[in-house]
Design a protein around this ligand. Structure first.
Ligand code: BGC
Length: 367
């Protein structure tokens, strides 16, 4: 979504709803607030809390599984934490089953945020509170809260890192770049891309950046299923078609898995290493950054996100309204979802040691 001025806001609210339906974009600016609809009267301490996670498309999801299992147990809840590696219908069945088993809170990291309306409705009818985790649930009034890192900010940080990294290598442009986005069924993918384009588009327009392939739109840049092999194939094709003589200065990559696939492709083509962005602070990417290959990643500590999601469940259990800090940014096409947004942090070789100081696994890689 574009940033909008005030006079455009009411029109934009209507436009945003139709645009969301078409694009799956989950972020907009709106002056309306739905308030907190999920405050329950409290429930038994040992209640069932369901956590529906998507496929294991990046390390953060795998980390989340054990953190949810341990954290829910420590809070005295019964946890039911499920992955849906088989796809959307498996996730639909898992959520239905959590409802049937009487879950009081269902925390959902959706594979496809637009395909869970029926199950989320079932959850609400059964009296459960629904929390969208990391990825927004679209086109439903039945999602109560959203807990995530600020996805638009993630994109802006990626766009700025791409510019900074290229500038440090070569003081002036024009710079040849290519753009990658995540999976179009994940509501986050468009938000990351829009955040990055908020920074990059003015530089494309003034000629500082040249997208040599001409593929500047989200729909051209997407990577189905967040799959490394799809990004690698697209990069192979882009290189063969556009860079036999031209140099490639930088690539916008929405996450670490895709960044490494892009770097593999560039290496195989025998090209010099371009500036490549990322996200998630995956172990292999932090190693790559320290070795001077991948340029940047984003620190979105999964421990903090899971802790906050569990805190929301604890508040609901105690009959309290969970804390939110944003009531305007995430319009899901039906309502603005009250959100708790955590701040993402850009990480390059320069600040890695400091950024990961409180993460034993990652800080060991920066020594
Ligand atoms: C998450 C990213 C992750 C991607 C692929 C997104 O929804 O926010 O952290 O890289 O999914 O798993």
């Amino acid at each position: 979504m574009l940033k909008l001025n005030k006079s455009a806001k009411s029109l934009a609210a209507i436009a945003a709803i139709s645009a969301l339906a078409l694009t799956g974009c989950g972020r907009t600016e709106s002056s309306s607030s739905s308030g907190s609809s999920g405050a329950a009267a409290g429930f038994a301490q040992d209640s069932l809390i369901g956590v529906a996670l998507p496929q294991k498309t990046s390390e953060n999801w795998v980390l989340a599984e054990s953190l949810f299992n341990d954290g829910l147990k420590a809070a005295g809840f019964k946890g039911d934490v499920q992955f849906a590696n088989g796809g959307v219908s498996e996730q639909q069945n898992q959520i239905s089953s959590m409802v049937t088993k009487g879950a009081k809170v269902i925390i959902v990291g959706a594979i496809d945020g637009a395909q869970l309306g029926t199950q989320i409705q079932q959850a609400k009818s059964a009296g459960a509170t629904v929390i969208a985790y990391d990825r927004l649930l679209l086109n439903t009034e039945n999602v109560d809260y959203y807990v995530a890192y600020d996805n638009f900010k993630v994109g802006q940080l990626q766009g700025q890192a791409l510019l900074d990294g290229m500038k440090a290598k070569k003081a002036t442009g024009p710079y040849n770049v290519e753009l990658f986005a995540g999976s179009p069924d994940d509501a986050n993918a468009k938000v990351f891309f829009d955040g990055a384009m908020d920074v990059l588009k003015p530089k494309i327009d003034d000629g500082t950046l040249k997208v040599v392939s001409g593929q500047k739109d989200f729909t051209q840049a997407v990577t189905q299923g967040w799959k490394a092999e799809n990004a690698q194939k697209r990069m192979d094709t882009l290189l063969a078609g556009n860079y036999t003589s031209a140099e490639l200065d930088g690539v916008l990559s929405p996450n670490d898995t895709l960044a490494r696939a892009i770097l593999t492709s560039v290496k195989a083509a025998g090209k010099a290493t371009p500036i490549v962005t990322g996200q998630d602070s995956e172990v292999e990417s932090v190693k790559s950054i320290m070795a001077g290959e991948q340029y940047s990643t984003i620190n979105k500590d999964t421990r903090a996100l899971v802790t906050h999601a569990i805190q929301m469940a604890k508040d609901l259990q105690a009959g309290k309204t969970p804390e939110v800090n944003d009531d305007k940014s995430y319009n899901n096409g039906t309502k603005v979802v009250p959100a708790y947004l955590l701040p993402p942090q850009i990480v390059t070789k320069e600040n890695a040691a400091q950024a990961y100081a409180n993460d034993p696994t990652l800080s060991a890689l920066t020594k």
